[in-house]
Design a protein around this ligand. Structure first.
Ligand SMILES: [Zn+2]
Ligand SMILES: [Zn+2]
Length: 240
């Protein structure tokens, strides 16, 4: 526990600043008002299943056409904001340029995105695994950084070891069909005893096509998982 005195000395030496623009703020890790409002937070009406934000208020239990037709990637998914220029400016440095300090506001926003979900039955959190080759070069898995505060708040363990990922080339420039083909078979459950009968919350930074979640769900359900949910910082929103 840091004493009040040490804390005030630290705050004097390192005054809290917005991690994105450096403007002074009241608490370490928090965004300034300008940066906060630059994000397109998903705070209105949304699909009760995948969290897709609706332009109009559709009520609390509406589903998007994809989920209504039974093609949802997971049992439910929530994302804090839309993947656009503002969130890209946070996610790319967080993922590729070592800006791990961003994990504070990103994970807090993800916790807020989970506010209407029933979290009581969730047994374990799995950050979407990275291939070992990527962890070696990047030194960290960004999904694991985001998962830690969420797991702490929920009082649930993080499972880093039960699912492995093979290295495949980057999916950045692929369309949805190519992503689905590229991701097929990359995950394997190496400790099925940790998965069987469990309700699992997957954590990732971005959801684009949903192919990663779909494929992870397939192997987790094959291994006996009873439900698979997901939370991301941001998600792509296409018109449906
Ligand atoms: Zn700022
Ligand atoms: Zn949906």
């Amino acid at each position: 526990m840091v004493s009040k005195f040490v804390k005030s000395v630290l705050e004097f030496l390192f005054p809290p600043a917005c991690p994105l623009c450096g403007t002074p703020v009241s608490t370490h890790g928090e965004l300034c008002a300008d940066c906060w409002t630059s994000f397109n937070w998903i705070d209105g009406s949304k699909c009760v299943c995948c969290g897709y934000p609706f332009a109009l208020d559709m009520g609390d239990n509406a589903m998007c056409p994809v989920c209504a037709s039974g093609r949802s990637e997971l049992d439910w998914i929530r994302s804090a904001c839309v993947y656009d220029d503002a969130s890209r400016m946070a996610v790319l440095p967080f993922k590729h340029a070592g800006r791990i300090s961003y994990s504070y506001f990103m994970s807090r926003a993800m916790i807020w995105a989970l506010r209407d979900c029933d979290l009581s039955g969730i047994d374990v959190i799995i950050p979407v695994p990275l291939a070992y080759r990527r962890i070696f070069y990047r030194a960290y898995n960004q999904a694991a950084l985001l998962a830690k505060p969420i797991a702490k708040l929920m009082g649930v363990k993080i499972d880093y070891d039960s699912v492995c990922r093979k290295y495949r080339r980057d999916m950045g420039h692929m369309n949805a069909r190519m992503r689905a083909e590229n991701i097929r078979g990359v995950f394997s459950v190496v400790r099925p005893e940790n998965i069987k009968g469990r309700k699992i919350l997957l954590v990732d930074d971005v959801m684009t096509s949903g192919a990663t979640f779909s494929e992870l769900r397939r192997v987790l359900i094959d291994a006996g998982a009873s439900a698979v949910y997901g939370v991301t910082f941001c998600r792509t929103v296409r018109s449906v």
